[in-house]
Write a protein that binds this ligand. Structure first.
Ligand code: C2O
Ligand code: CU
Ligand code: CU
Length: 512
Protein backbone atom coordinates (compact mmCIF):
# COMPACT_ATOMS: atom_id res chain seq x y z
CA UNK A 1 0.00 0.00 0.00
CA UNK A 2 3.06 2.27 0.15
CA UNK A 3 3.96 2.40 -3.48
CA UNK A 4 1.06 4.46 -4.82
CA UNK A 5 2.04 7.34 -2.54
CA UNK A 6 5.52 7.33 -4.00
CA UNK A 7 4.13 7.03 -7.50
CA UNK A 8 2.11 10.17 -7.17
CA UNK A 9 4.98 12.14 -5.77
CA UNK A 10 7.14 11.04 -8.65
CA UNK A 11 4.47 12.12 -11.12
CA UNK A 12 4.15 15.54 -9.56
CA UNK A 13 7.90 15.98 -9.42
CA UNK A 14 8.07 15.18 -13.12
CA UNK A 15 5.84 18.02 -14.24
CA UNK A 16 6.97 21.63 -14.64
CA UNK A 17 7.20 23.56 -11.37
CA UNK A 18 4.01 25.61 -11.69
CA UNK A 19 1.99 22.74 -12.99
CA UNK A 20 3.40 20.66 -10.18
CA UNK A 21 2.07 23.03 -7.54
CA UNK A 22 -1.37 23.03 -9.06
CA UNK A 23 -1.30 19.28 -9.45
CA UNK A 24 -0.17 18.88 -5.87
CA UNK A 25 -2.97 20.99 -4.45
CA UNK A 26 -5.50 19.26 -6.65
CA UNK A 27 -4.22 15.98 -5.48
CA UNK A 28 -4.60 16.96 -1.85
CA UNK A 29 -8.20 17.86 -2.45
CA UNK A 30 -8.82 14.78 -4.52
CA UNK A 31 -7.17 12.64 -1.92
CA UNK A 32 -10.40 12.50 0.02
CA UNK A 33 -11.44 9.91 -2.54
CA UNK A 34 -14.27 11.88 -4.14
CA UNK A 35 -14.01 10.23 -7.51
CA UNK A 36 -16.87 11.06 -9.80
CA UNK A 37 -18.28 8.31 -11.96
CA UNK A 38 -18.90 9.75 -15.40
CA UNK A 39 -21.52 8.78 -17.84
CA UNK A 40 -19.94 7.29 -20.90
CA UNK A 41 -22.88 8.56 -22.87
CA UNK A 42 -23.15 12.08 -24.17
CA UNK A 43 -22.81 12.77 -27.86
CA UNK A 44 -21.01 9.94 -29.57
CA UNK A 45 -17.60 10.87 -30.92
CA UNK A 46 -15.78 9.20 -33.81
CA UNK A 47 -13.62 6.30 -32.69
CA UNK A 48 -10.01 7.56 -32.70
CA UNK A 49 -7.74 5.32 -34.75
CA UNK A 50 -4.19 5.24 -33.41
CA UNK A 51 -1.93 6.34 -36.29
CA UNK A 52 0.29 3.76 -37.93
CA UNK A 53 3.84 4.50 -36.80
CA UNK A 54 5.96 5.78 -39.65
CA UNK A 55 9.02 3.67 -39.40
CA UNK A 56 12.09 3.98 -41.54
CA UNK A 57 12.22 0.86 -43.62
CA UNK A 58 15.03 -0.55 -45.73
CA UNK A 59 14.37 -4.07 -46.97
CA UNK A 60 13.55 -6.13 -43.91
CA UNK A 61 15.11 -3.64 -41.48
CA UNK A 62 12.77 -1.21 -39.83
CA UNK A 63 13.42 1.49 -37.26
CA UNK A 64 10.69 3.05 -35.18
CA UNK A 65 11.05 6.07 -32.93
CA UNK A 66 8.82 6.51 -29.91
CA UNK A 67 8.86 9.27 -27.32
CA UNK A 68 6.98 8.76 -24.08
CA UNK A 69 5.57 12.16 -23.21
CA UNK A 70 3.04 14.06 -21.15
CA UNK A 71 0.00 15.54 -22.80
CA UNK A 72 -3.63 16.49 -22.51
CA UNK A 73 -6.57 14.76 -24.08
CA UNK A 74 -10.34 14.60 -24.10
CA UNK A 75 -11.05 11.18 -22.71
CA UNK A 76 -14.39 12.65 -21.64
CA UNK A 77 -16.22 15.06 -23.94
CA UNK A 78 -15.52 18.74 -23.14
CA UNK A 79 -13.11 17.92 -20.32
CA UNK A 80 -9.34 18.05 -20.54
CA UNK A 81 -7.40 15.35 -18.75
CA UNK A 82 -3.65 15.15 -18.28
CA UNK A 83 -2.50 11.93 -19.92
CA UNK A 84 0.62 10.22 -21.18
CA UNK A 85 1.26 8.96 -24.69
CA UNK A 86 3.86 7.92 -27.22
CA UNK A 87 4.51 10.54 -29.93
CA UNK A 88 1.27 12.19 -28.88
CA UNK A 89 -0.97 13.09 -25.99
CA UNK A 90 -2.50 9.73 -25.23
CA UNK A 91 -1.81 6.07 -26.05
CA UNK A 92 0.66 5.18 -28.79
CA UNK A 93 0.81 4.59 -32.53
CA UNK A 94 0.31 1.12 -33.95
CA UNK A 95 3.64 -0.45 -34.88
CA UNK A 96 3.76 -3.06 -37.63
CA UNK A 97 6.37 -5.59 -38.67
CA UNK A 98 6.59 -8.77 -40.69
CA UNK A 99 7.86 -12.08 -39.44
CA UNK A 100 11.59 -12.06 -40.25
CA UNK A 101 11.97 -8.28 -39.97
CA UNK A 102 14.87 -6.85 -38.01
CA UNK A 103 13.20 -4.29 -35.79
CA UNK A 104 14.83 -1.48 -33.85
CA UNK A 105 12.77 0.82 -31.68
CA UNK A 106 14.39 3.97 -30.34
CA UNK A 107 12.39 4.95 -27.28
CA UNK A 108 13.07 8.30 -25.70
CA UNK A 109 11.77 9.01 -22.25
CA UNK A 110 10.31 12.52 -22.36
CA UNK A 111 8.65 12.06 -18.97
CA UNK A 112 9.82 13.32 -15.63
CA UNK A 113 10.41 9.82 -14.27
CA UNK A 114 11.90 6.48 -15.19
CA UNK A 115 9.87 3.99 -17.19
CA UNK A 116 10.49 0.88 -19.30
CA UNK A 117 8.78 -0.41 -22.44
CA UNK A 118 7.93 -4.08 -22.88
CA UNK A 119 6.86 -5.86 -26.08
CA UNK A 120 4.01 -7.97 -24.80
CA UNK A 121 3.75 -11.27 -26.70
CA UNK A 122 7.00 -10.88 -28.61
CA UNK A 123 9.58 -13.66 -28.65
CA UNK A 124 12.91 -11.87 -28.34
CA UNK A 125 16.21 -11.73 -26.41
CA UNK A 126 15.85 -10.83 -22.74
CA UNK A 127 17.96 -7.71 -23.21
CA UNK A 128 15.33 -6.38 -25.65
CA UNK A 129 12.26 -7.48 -23.67
CA UNK A 130 11.89 -4.19 -21.81
CA UNK A 131 11.00 -5.59 -18.41
CA UNK A 132 11.88 -4.02 -15.05
CA UNK A 133 15.63 -4.50 -15.64
CA UNK A 134 15.62 -2.07 -18.59
CA UNK A 135 14.94 1.35 -17.08
CA UNK A 136 14.91 4.37 -19.36
CA UNK A 137 15.73 7.45 -17.31
CA UNK A 138 14.20 10.84 -18.21
CA UNK A 139 15.90 12.26 -21.28
CA UNK A 140 17.47 8.96 -22.24
CA UNK A 141 16.89 6.77 -25.26
CA UNK A 142 16.79 2.97 -25.18
CA UNK A 143 17.17 1.17 -28.52
CA UNK A 144 16.44 -2.54 -28.43
CA UNK A 145 16.75 -4.57 -31.66
CA UNK A 146 15.50 -8.04 -32.47
CA UNK A 147 14.42 -10.25 -35.33
CA UNK A 148 10.69 -10.90 -35.40
CA UNK A 149 10.01 -14.62 -35.08
CA UNK A 150 6.34 -14.36 -34.14
CA UNK A 151 3.68 -15.35 -36.63
CA UNK A 152 0.92 -12.88 -37.58
CA UNK A 153 -0.73 -11.58 -34.42
CA UNK A 154 -1.86 -8.51 -32.53
CA UNK A 155 0.76 -7.87 -29.87
CA UNK A 156 1.15 -4.71 -27.82
CA UNK A 157 3.60 -2.58 -25.91
CA UNK A 158 3.38 -0.96 -22.50
CA UNK A 159 5.61 0.13 -19.59
CA UNK A 160 6.97 -2.38 -17.08
CA UNK A 161 8.81 -0.51 -14.29
CA UNK A 162 8.49 -2.63 -11.16
CA UNK A 163 5.71 -1.34 -8.94
CA UNK A 164 4.60 1.29 -11.44
CA UNK A 165 3.41 -0.65 -14.48
CA UNK A 166 -0.24 -0.14 -13.64
CA UNK A 167 0.00 3.60 -13.12
CA UNK A 168 2.05 4.20 -16.27
CA UNK A 169 -0.34 2.18 -18.42
CA UNK A 170 -3.35 3.86 -16.79
CA UNK A 171 -1.99 7.28 -17.72
CA UNK A 172 -2.00 6.12 -21.33
CA UNK A 173 1.25 4.42 -22.27
CA UNK A 174 0.02 1.56 -24.47
CA UNK A 175 -0.09 0.75 -28.16
CA UNK A 176 -0.68 -2.14 -30.55
CA UNK A 177 2.12 -3.99 -32.34
CA UNK A 178 0.76 -5.84 -35.37
CA UNK A 179 2.75 -8.71 -36.89
CA UNK A 180 2.02 -9.94 -40.43
CA UNK A 181 3.32 -12.97 -42.31
CA UNK A 182 2.61 -15.19 -45.35
CA UNK A 183 -0.47 -16.61 -43.68
CA UNK A 184 -2.05 -13.22 -42.98
CA UNK A 185 -1.08 -12.13 -46.53
CA UNK A 186 -2.90 -15.07 -48.04
CA UNK A 187 -6.20 -14.66 -46.20
CA UNK A 188 -9.12 -12.88 -47.81
CA UNK A 189 -10.12 -10.94 -44.70
CA UNK A 190 -10.33 -7.23 -43.85
CA UNK A 191 -6.80 -5.79 -43.66
CA UNK A 192 -7.13 -2.14 -44.53
CA UNK A 193 -5.92 -0.48 -41.31
CA UNK A 194 -8.34 2.08 -39.93
CA UNK A 195 -10.93 1.25 -42.59
CA UNK A 196 -12.02 -2.34 -42.00
CA UNK A 197 -9.16 -3.51 -39.78
CA UNK A 198 -9.62 -1.65 -36.52
CA UNK A 199 -7.63 -1.73 -33.29
CA UNK A 200 -9.90 -1.56 -30.24
CA UNK A 201 -7.96 -0.69 -27.10
CA UNK A 202 -10.21 -1.19 -24.09
CA UNK A 203 -9.40 0.53 -20.81
CA UNK A 204 -11.27 1.99 -17.88
CA UNK A 205 -10.64 5.02 -15.73
CA UNK A 206 -11.94 7.02 -12.80
CA UNK A 207 -12.03 10.81 -12.85
CA UNK A 208 -11.98 13.59 -10.31
CA UNK A 209 -14.50 16.40 -10.48
CA UNK A 210 -11.97 18.56 -12.38
CA UNK A 211 -11.42 15.92 -15.04
CA UNK A 212 -8.05 14.69 -13.83
CA UNK A 213 -7.47 10.97 -13.57
CA UNK A 214 -8.24 9.47 -10.20
CA UNK A 215 -5.05 7.55 -9.48
CA UNK A 216 -6.00 6.29 -6.07
CA UNK A 217 -5.57 2.55 -5.64
CA UNK A 218 -8.82 1.11 -4.33
CA UNK A 219 -8.38 -1.49 -1.59
CA UNK A 220 -7.82 -4.87 -3.32
CA UNK A 221 -8.76 -3.39 -6.71
CA UNK A 222 -6.01 -0.91 -7.51
CA UNK A 223 -6.84 1.19 -10.56
CA UNK A 224 -10.11 -0.50 -11.47
CA UNK A 225 -12.11 2.18 -13.27
CA UNK A 226 -15.80 2.96 -13.46
CA UNK A 227 -15.70 4.55 -16.90
CA UNK A 228 -14.76 2.41 -19.89
CA UNK A 229 -12.89 3.90 -22.84
CA UNK A 230 -12.19 2.70 -26.37
CA UNK A 231 -9.02 3.97 -28.04
CA UNK A 232 -8.81 6.62 -25.36
CA UNK A 233 -12.32 8.09 -25.30
CA UNK A 234 -15.75 7.47 -23.88
CA UNK A 235 -18.81 7.26 -26.10
CA UNK A 236 -16.90 6.13 -29.20
CA UNK A 237 -18.76 5.59 -32.46
CA UNK A 238 -17.59 3.74 -35.56
CA UNK A 239 -19.13 4.42 -38.97
CA UNK A 240 -18.40 1.32 -40.98
CA UNK A 241 -17.75 1.71 -44.71
CA UNK A 242 -17.62 -2.02 -45.36
CA UNK A 243 -19.98 -4.90 -44.68
CA UNK A 244 -17.35 -6.82 -42.76
CA UNK A 245 -15.10 -5.37 -40.08
CA UNK A 246 -12.17 -6.94 -38.29
CA UNK A 247 -11.71 -5.69 -34.75
CA UNK A 248 -8.38 -6.30 -33.02
CA UNK A 249 -9.51 -6.27 -29.41
CA UNK A 250 -6.98 -5.50 -26.70
CA UNK A 251 -7.74 -5.27 -23.00
CA UNK A 252 -5.21 -2.63 -21.93
CA UNK A 253 -6.93 -1.94 -18.63
CA UNK A 254 -5.28 -2.43 -15.26
CA UNK A 255 -7.84 -4.67 -13.64
CA UNK A 256 -11.02 -5.02 -15.69
CA UNK A 257 -12.28 -8.12 -17.43
CA UNK A 258 -14.88 -7.46 -20.15
CA UNK A 259 -17.54 -9.90 -21.35
CA UNK A 260 -18.00 -8.62 -24.89
CA UNK A 261 -21.23 -9.01 -26.82
CA UNK A 262 -23.26 -7.06 -29.36
CA UNK A 263 -26.50 -5.38 -28.36
CA UNK A 264 -28.54 -7.78 -30.54
CA UNK A 265 -26.47 -10.82 -29.51
CA UNK A 266 -25.41 -11.32 -33.10
CA UNK A 267 -22.86 -14.03 -33.67
CA UNK A 268 -19.36 -13.05 -34.74
CA UNK A 269 -16.29 -14.99 -35.81
CA UNK A 270 -13.28 -15.16 -33.52
CA UNK A 271 -10.27 -15.66 -35.76
CA UNK A 272 -7.21 -15.08 -33.59
CA UNK A 273 -6.10 -15.09 -29.96
CA UNK A 274 -3.20 -13.40 -28.21
CA UNK A 275 -0.48 -15.03 -30.28
CA UNK A 276 -2.03 -15.51 -33.70
CA UNK A 277 -4.69 -17.00 -35.91
CA UNK A 278 -6.78 -20.01 -34.98
CA UNK A 279 -6.75 -22.98 -37.32
CA UNK A 280 -10.45 -22.34 -37.97
CA UNK A 281 -12.74 -19.45 -37.09
CA UNK A 282 -14.95 -19.91 -34.07
CA UNK A 283 -18.48 -18.54 -33.97
CA UNK A 284 -19.50 -16.95 -30.70
CA UNK A 285 -21.96 -14.38 -29.41
CA UNK A 286 -19.97 -13.34 -26.34
CA UNK A 287 -16.29 -13.32 -25.50
CA UNK A 288 -14.36 -12.78 -22.27
CA UNK A 289 -11.21 -10.67 -22.41
CA UNK A 290 -8.99 -9.95 -19.41
CA UNK A 291 -6.14 -7.51 -18.79
CA UNK A 292 -3.35 -8.02 -21.33
CA UNK A 293 -5.31 -10.35 -23.63
CA UNK A 294 -6.21 -9.92 -27.31
CA UNK A 295 -8.75 -11.43 -29.66
CA UNK A 296 -9.43 -10.67 -33.31
CA UNK A 297 -13.03 -10.90 -34.45
CA UNK A 298 -14.91 -10.50 -37.73
CA UNK A 299 -18.33 -8.88 -37.61
CA UNK A 300 -20.76 -8.59 -40.52
CA UNK A 301 -22.87 -5.45 -40.77
CA UNK A 302 -25.97 -4.67 -42.82
CA UNK A 303 -26.13 -1.30 -44.58
CA UNK A 304 -27.36 1.46 -42.29
CA UNK A 305 -27.99 -0.72 -39.25
CA UNK A 306 -27.02 0.32 -35.74
CA UNK A 307 -25.45 -2.06 -33.28
CA UNK A 308 -23.46 -1.58 -30.10
CA UNK A 309 -20.46 -3.47 -28.79
CA UNK A 310 -21.11 -3.90 -25.09
CA UNK A 311 -19.63 -5.50 -22.04
CA UNK A 312 -22.26 -7.51 -20.20
CA UNK A 313 -22.46 -9.21 -16.82
CA UNK A 314 -20.38 -12.38 -16.58
CA UNK A 315 -22.16 -15.71 -16.30
CA UNK A 316 -21.52 -16.98 -12.77
CA UNK A 317 -19.71 -13.71 -11.92
CA UNK A 318 -16.51 -15.40 -13.23
CA UNK A 319 -16.66 -17.68 -10.19
CA UNK A 320 -16.13 -14.76 -7.79
CA UNK A 321 -18.52 -14.74 -4.80
CA UNK A 322 -21.03 -11.90 -4.75
CA UNK A 323 -21.03 -11.11 -1.07
CA UNK A 324 -20.01 -8.26 1.18
CA UNK A 325 -16.66 -9.89 1.99
CA UNK A 326 -15.46 -10.01 -1.58
CA UNK A 327 -14.16 -7.00 -3.49
CA UNK A 328 -16.30 -5.97 -6.46
CA UNK A 329 -14.08 -6.71 -9.44
CA UNK A 330 -16.82 -5.47 -11.78
CA UNK A 331 -17.99 -8.80 -13.20
CA UNK A 332 -21.63 -7.77 -12.78
CA UNK A 333 -21.17 -4.43 -14.60
CA UNK A 334 -22.51 -3.71 -18.04
CA UNK A 335 -21.35 -0.93 -20.33
CA UNK A 336 -21.87 0.30 -23.84
CA UNK A 337 -18.39 0.42 -25.36
CA UNK A 338 -18.67 1.26 -29.05
CA UNK A 339 -21.68 2.15 -31.14
CA UNK A 340 -21.43 1.06 -34.76
CA UNK A 341 -23.36 2.04 -37.88
CA UNK A 342 -23.37 -0.25 -40.91
CA UNK A 343 -22.03 0.80 -44.32
CA UNK A 344 -23.83 2.50 -47.20
CA UNK A 345 -26.05 0.42 -49.48
CA UNK A 346 -23.37 0.55 -52.21
CA UNK A 347 -20.76 -1.22 -50.08
CA UNK A 348 -19.58 -4.29 -51.98
CA UNK A 349 -20.68 -7.69 -50.75
CA UNK A 350 -18.22 -9.76 -48.73
CA UNK A 351 -16.50 -13.01 -49.66
CA UNK A 352 -17.09 -16.18 -47.68
CA UNK A 353 -15.07 -16.26 -44.46
CA UNK A 354 -12.11 -18.59 -44.99
CA UNK A 355 -12.75 -22.03 -43.48
CA UNK A 356 -9.10 -22.37 -42.54
CA UNK A 357 -6.92 -19.61 -41.14
CA UNK A 358 -3.62 -21.03 -39.93
CA UNK A 359 -3.49 -24.83 -40.32
CA UNK A 360 -0.24 -24.84 -38.31
CA UNK A 361 -2.20 -23.63 -35.30
CA UNK A 362 -3.73 -27.13 -35.08
CA UNK A 363 -0.42 -28.47 -33.91
CA UNK A 364 0.21 -28.47 -30.17
CA UNK A 365 3.74 -28.47 -28.73
CA UNK A 366 5.16 -31.96 -28.21
CA UNK A 367 5.23 -32.11 -24.44
CA UNK A 368 5.61 -35.84 -23.91
CA UNK A 369 8.97 -35.52 -22.13
CA UNK A 370 8.68 -31.86 -21.32
CA UNK A 371 9.68 -30.55 -17.89
CA UNK A 372 6.72 -29.66 -15.70
CA UNK A 373 6.54 -26.78 -13.26
CA UNK A 374 3.77 -25.64 -10.97
CA UNK A 375 2.78 -22.11 -10.09
CA UNK A 376 0.34 -21.43 -7.29
CA UNK A 377 -1.20 -17.96 -7.35
CA UNK A 378 -2.52 -16.59 -4.09
CA UNK A 379 -3.35 -12.95 -3.39
CA UNK A 380 -0.12 -11.09 -4.30
CA UNK A 381 2.20 -14.10 -4.33
CA UNK A 382 3.26 -16.89 -6.68
CA UNK A 383 4.49 -20.09 -4.98
CA UNK A 384 4.41 -18.15 -1.69
CA UNK A 385 6.89 -15.57 -2.92
CA UNK A 386 6.67 -11.97 -4.02
CA UNK A 387 8.75 -10.47 -6.80
CA UNK A 388 12.45 -9.96 -6.05
CA UNK A 389 14.42 -8.29 -8.84
CA UNK A 390 17.58 -10.19 -7.88
CA UNK A 391 16.03 -13.65 -7.45
CA UNK A 392 15.78 -16.07 -10.36
CA UNK A 393 12.73 -18.27 -9.83
CA UNK A 394 13.01 -20.54 -12.85
CA UNK A 395 15.98 -21.56 -14.99
CA UNK A 396 15.23 -23.01 -18.43
CA UNK A 397 18.30 -24.64 -19.95
CA UNK A 398 16.87 -26.20 -23.09
CA UNK A 399 15.22 -25.20 -26.34
CA UNK A 400 11.97 -27.07 -26.00
CA UNK A 401 8.45 -26.71 -24.66
CA UNK A 402 7.47 -27.06 -21.01
CA UNK A 403 4.27 -27.75 -19.13
CA UNK A 404 3.40 -25.01 -16.70
CA UNK A 405 0.53 -25.86 -14.38
CA UNK A 406 -0.92 -22.68 -12.96
CA UNK A 407 -3.43 -22.71 -10.12
CA UNK A 408 -5.49 -19.83 -8.79
CA UNK A 409 -5.47 -20.76 -5.12
CA UNK A 410 -7.74 -17.89 -4.10
CA UNK A 411 -11.39 -18.79 -3.61
CA UNK A 412 -12.61 -15.25 -4.25
CA UNK A 413 -10.12 -13.46 -6.52
CA UNK A 414 -9.57 -13.80 -10.26
CA UNK A 415 -6.07 -13.73 -11.73
CA UNK A 416 -4.74 -13.45 -15.29
CA UNK A 417 -1.44 -15.26 -15.83
CA UNK A 418 1.03 -14.01 -18.45
CA UNK A 419 4.42 -15.31 -19.62
CA UNK A 420 6.97 -13.18 -21.47
CA UNK A 421 8.86 -14.40 -24.57
CA UNK A 422 6.40 -17.26 -25.02
CA UNK A 423 3.17 -18.54 -26.42
CA UNK A 424 1.13 -21.40 -25.08
CA UNK A 425 -1.83 -23.66 -25.64
CA UNK A 426 -4.16 -24.18 -22.72
CA UNK A 427 -4.22 -27.98 -22.55
CA UNK A 428 -6.86 -28.12 -19.82
CA UNK A 429 -8.73 -25.87 -17.42
CA UNK A 430 -10.04 -27.60 -14.30
CA UNK A 431 -11.26 -26.66 -10.86
CA UNK A 432 -13.90 -24.22 -12.13
CA UNK A 433 -17.36 -24.36 -13.69
CA UNK A 434 -16.76 -21.09 -15.50
CA UNK A 435 -16.23 -21.37 -19.22
CA UNK A 436 -13.13 -19.40 -20.08
CA UNK A 437 -12.27 -18.99 -23.77
CA UNK A 438 -8.80 -20.47 -24.12
CA UNK A 439 -8.65 -21.23 -27.83
CA UNK A 440 -5.54 -20.99 -29.94
CA UNK A 441 -2.10 -19.71 -29.08
CA UNK A 442 -2.12 -17.39 -26.09
CA UNK A 443 0.29 -15.55 -23.84
CA UNK A 444 -2.14 -14.63 -21.06
CA UNK A 445 -4.88 -16.75 -19.52
CA UNK A 446 -7.74 -15.87 -17.20
CA UNK A 447 -8.10 -17.98 -14.06
CA UNK A 448 -11.37 -17.92 -12.14
CA UNK A 449 -11.09 -18.71 -8.41
CA UNK A 450 -9.95 -22.30 -7.90
CA UNK A 451 -9.01 -22.85 -11.55
CA UNK A 452 -5.98 -24.81 -12.67
CA UNK A 453 -4.72 -24.32 -16.22
CA UNK A 454 -2.20 -26.68 -17.77
CA UNK A 455 -0.20 -24.74 -20.32
CA UNK A 456 1.99 -26.23 -23.05
CA UNK A 457 4.48 -23.39 -23.41
CA UNK A 458 6.88 -22.63 -26.26
CA UNK A 459 9.57 -20.10 -25.43
CA UNK A 460 11.76 -18.02 -27.66
CA UNK A 461 15.29 -19.45 -27.32
CA UNK A 462 17.87 -16.67 -26.92
CA UNK A 463 20.01 -17.99 -24.06
CA UNK A 464 21.40 -15.19 -21.90
CA UNK A 465 22.15 -15.74 -18.21
CA UNK A 466 21.94 -12.05 -17.29
CA UNK A 467 18.61 -10.95 -18.75
CA UNK A 468 15.56 -12.50 -17.11
CA UNK A 469 12.03 -12.61 -18.43
CA UNK A 470 8.93 -12.16 -16.30
CA UNK A 471 5.84 -14.21 -15.62
CA UNK A 472 3.12 -12.53 -13.64
CA UNK A 473 -0.50 -11.81 -13.04
CA UNK A 474 -1.54 -9.22 -15.65
CA UNK A 475 -4.04 -7.62 -13.29
CA UNK A 476 -1.59 -4.81 -12.90
CA UNK A 477 -2.31 -4.01 -9.27
CA UNK A 478 -1.46 -7.63 -8.46
CA UNK A 479 1.70 -7.47 -10.57
CA UNK A 480 2.81 -4.19 -8.99
CA UNK A 481 2.19 -5.59 -5.51
CA UNK A 482 4.65 -8.38 -6.26
CA UNK A 483 2.70 -11.13 -8.04
CA UNK A 484 5.55 -11.74 -10.47
CA UNK A 485 8.52 -14.06 -10.90
CA UNK A 486 11.58 -14.20 -13.13
CA UNK A 487 12.90 -16.89 -15.44
CA UNK A 488 16.22 -17.03 -17.20
CA UNK A 489 16.93 -19.02 -20.35
CA UNK A 490 20.46 -20.43 -20.58
CA UNK A 491 22.48 -22.95 -22.62
CA UNK A 492 22.14 -26.57 -21.49
CA UNK A 493 23.72 -26.90 -18.04
CA UNK A 494 24.10 -23.13 -17.74
CA UNK A 495 23.49 -21.01 -14.67
CA UNK A 496 21.99 -17.56 -14.26
CA UNK A 497 24.44 -14.68 -13.82
CA UNK A 498 25.11 -13.33 -10.32
CA UNK A 499 24.11 -9.85 -11.38
CA UNK A 500 20.87 -9.59 -13.36
CA UNK A 501 20.28 -6.93 -15.96
CA UNK A 502 22.75 -4.27 -16.98
CA UNK A 503 22.29 -1.58 -14.35
CA UNK A 504 20.22 1.47 -14.98
CA UNK A 505 22.62 3.18 -17.40
CA UNK A 506 24.23 0.31 -19.22
CA UNK A 507 21.88 0.15 -22.16
CA UNK A 508 20.29 3.52 -22.53
CA UNK A 509 22.23 6.50 -23.81
CA UNK A 510 21.65 10.14 -23.26
CA UNK A 511 20.45 12.23 -26.13
CA UNK A 512 20.47 15.97 -26.69
CU1 C2O B 1 1.97 -7.12 -20.75
CU2 C2O B 1 4.89 -8.41 -18.30
O1 C2O B 1 3.42 -7.78 -19.53
CU1 CU C 1 4.57 -9.47 -21.60
CU1 CU D 1 -3.88 -11.47 -10.02
Amino acid sequence: MQLPEINRRAFIKGAGATVAMVAASRFLVACAGDSTPRGYGGEPRPLPIPPLAEGEREGNRVIYRLTAQEGQSNILPDVTTRTWGFNGDHLGPTLTARKGDEVTVEITNGLGEMTTIHWHGMKLPGIADGGPHSPIEPGETWSPSWTVSNTAATLWYHPHPHGLTGLHAYRGLAGAFVIEDEVSDSLDIPKDYGVDDIPVVLMDHRFHEDGSLDEEDLPDLGLLGDTPTVNGITGAHFDATTRRVRFRLLDGSNMRFFNLAFSDDRPFQVIAGDSGFFAEPLERSSLIIGPGERWEILVDLEPGEDVTLRSVAFPGNFGVPEDEYTPDFGFADSFDLLTITGPAEEAPSTPAIPGVFDPAARQDPDVIDAPERTFVLNTFSINDQMMDMQRVDVVIDHDGPEIWEVTNDNSDWPHNFHIHNARFKVVSMTGTDIEVPVDGWKDTVGLPPGATARLAVEFGYHPDPAWPYMYHCHMLYHEDQGMMGQFVIVEPGGQPADQLGGGSHAHAHHVG
